[in-house]
Design a protein around this ligand. Sequence first.
Ligand SMILES: NC(=O)c1ccc[n+]([C@@H]2O[C@H](COP(=O)([O-])OP(=O)(O)OC[C@H]3O[C@@H](n4cnc5c(N)ncnc54)[C@H](OP(=O)(O)O)[C@@H]3O)[C@@H](O)[C@H]2O)c1
Length: 267
Amino acid sequence: MEKICIIGAGNLGVAIARGVVRAGLLKADQVILTRRNPDKLAAMQQEGFVVTDNNKDAVQQSSMIILCIQPKQTAGVVAEIASGLHAHHHILVSTVTGVSTTEISVQLGDRPIPVVRAMPNTAIAIAQSMTCICAHQATTEQVNQVINLFEALGKTLVVEERLMRASTVLAASGIAFFMRFMRATTQGGIQLGFDAEDAMCIAAQTARGAAMLLQENHSHPELEIDRVTTPEGCTIEGLNEMEHQGLSSAIIKGLVASHDKINSIRK
Ligand SMILES: NC(=O)c1ccc[n+]([C@@H]2O[C@H](COP(=O)([O-])OP(=O)(O)OC[C@H]3O[C@@H](n4cnc5c(N)ncnc54)[C@H](OP(=O)(O)O)[C@@H]3O)[C@@H](O)[C@H]2O)c1
């Protein structure tokens, strides 16, 4: 890839830009960032990124175009850049929540432009994203190009498009859900006598250790729970109390509510 452009360099767009440079995939001057108020990207410009408010120019100079705009802005931006996109030269990657590849293709006038949807999360800024990917009218080579970019920024999983909404809930919103769990753990730790900083340090490192036990040992949560729950011990006492209060049920209901909400996001 010679250059990529990120159309809509807000929270996610800036995180992707910094991530690809930190991972050594591209130099900052190979990443073009656009937004309507480019003055808000002055710090990025100082870091060497190319900053502009001209989406068409950015597309013309790039082989991969990553859309990081809000859902309601998508139709207008796609219409604006459509005539500058060419099937043999461009890959259009959309991170936009709730907008399908078919909708984007229709907005492109049903031309055979490869469209890839990617659903990362904000941990992309530290190369620890979970990014789910699905593609439309793209060759294996083109999909691999997108996978390679996001693999440098964490883990990727290619999914069927019908699972993209579920991917949004589990991976993108998932950051907020796990954060809330760790905040609650921190608050509990404070009640048990730790100061806030120490309680959060313990909560975050314990969460990281739990996740790595699953990833590195290819273990199962229930097996790891069995290992720490002594009969009549304090862990099973606490765990069962959390379940009596509806922990698993609350999490599953929250995920389903979040999934239902995506449908109405653009209304
Ligand atoms: N944040 C996440 O964790 C996350 C994760 C996965 C997917 N997503 C999806 O990614 C998309 C972006 O999310 P975000 O949190 O980064 O939103 P955001 O911070 O609001 O960024 C959107 C950016 O788009 C720019 N923009 C709006 N219209 C534009 C136009 N016509 N041309 C160029 N730029 C334009 C805005 O800047 P100006 O107003 O200056 O133009 C803004 O900086 C959303 O669809 C979201 O659902 C987000």
